[in-house]
Design a protein. Structure first.
Length: 277
């Protein structure tokens, strides 16, 4: 099995745990909504099949060794039976499809898939870097960690470009230093006068950022290594780091948007306040 499909198998194995955490009732509802969203977007059996094929992977080394991540069901006419096919798809992939076609998943939000969609438009540099990180998880786990660190660092730097933020960060600041400054701006820094619960959030974010940065510096090839140095080669650790970056990135992005709403949001709120009802 080639490296790409090994990666898919790993994701499918991981998603079996996710499947067990999603109730059948929620899955049934989600499948109906995904089905409707796909038909609304593509409108023909041909286009729907093309779309589903983008998510489908299979390999057949010989007649007795066939693997695919899910089975595509067809009708007697040869057209795709979309509902039946969606019921064959594992939980993680189904959630990714739901997010891709714009179906809300408030009851179960996979951080990485949500994060990738959330930064596509506003944080293009970070998005490209993070996409590259995801592609490297299985083949180069240490490089993926370094890229994930860079993506999060890029998001924080982009936030600091907002003129409403008073702090001016110097060139060359790394993830930990940038996170410190941003948490001060958000009044989430551990040394602030905020309640202990809020300070604990800040402390946790700092600790995670610091350790991601340390991993990048000491356990990857980004800063140059010799033969005796330990390099992360197990993708299990990388999946954990990438998911951690996704969670932190989503939190910082959401907190920033709430504390410093865009001009469009401000105008919409102002217009709604003017309504006489």
């Amino acid at each position: 099995m080639n490296t790409h499909n090994k990666s898919i198998v790993t994701l499918c194995n991981n998603s079996s745990a996710i499947m067990n955490t999603i109730s059948p009732k929620y899955l049934m509802k989600l499948i109906r909504e995904v089905n409707d969203a796909i038909w609304a977007e593509y409108k023909s059996y041909k286009e729907v099949r093309y779309y589903i094929d983008k998510w489908h992977f299979e390999e057949e080394a010989n007649w007795n060794n066939h693997w695919e991540n899910f089975a595509i069901v067809t009708k007697d006419t040869g057209d795709i039976d979309l509902p039946a096919t969606l019921h064959n798809i594992d939980g993680e992939t189904l959630l990714k499809i739901a997010i891709d076609v714009g179906v809300e998943t408030p009851d179960f939000i996979p951080s990485t898939a949500t994060f990738r969609n959330a930064i596509k438009s506003d944080y293009k540099t970070a998005s490209n870097t993070f996409e590259n990180a995801c592609k490297q998880i299985e083949t180069n786990p240490d490089i993926a960690i370094g890229l994930a660190n860079s993506a999060l660092e890029s998001i924080v730097k982009e936030i600091f470009k907002d003129d409403r933020i008073r702090t001016q960060v110097k060139e060359g600041k790394t993830l930990y230093d940038l996170t410190c400054e941003l948490l001060k701006e958000f009044q989430l820094f551990p040394n602030s006068d905020m309640p202990i619960e809020i300070k604990s959030i800040g402390s946790s974010l700092l600790a995670i950022s610091q350790n991601i940065e340390k991993l990048r510096s000491t356990k990857t090839i980004f800063h140059g290594k010799i033969n005796e140095d330990y390099i992360i080669v197990d993708s299990l650790y990388t999946y954990f780091i990438v998911n951690s970056v996704s969670t932190i990135g989503l939190f910082l992005k959401s907190f920033y948007q709430k504390k410093f709403p865009s001009l469009n949001v401000i105008m919409q709120n102002a217009n709604s306040d003017d309504l006489p009802f």
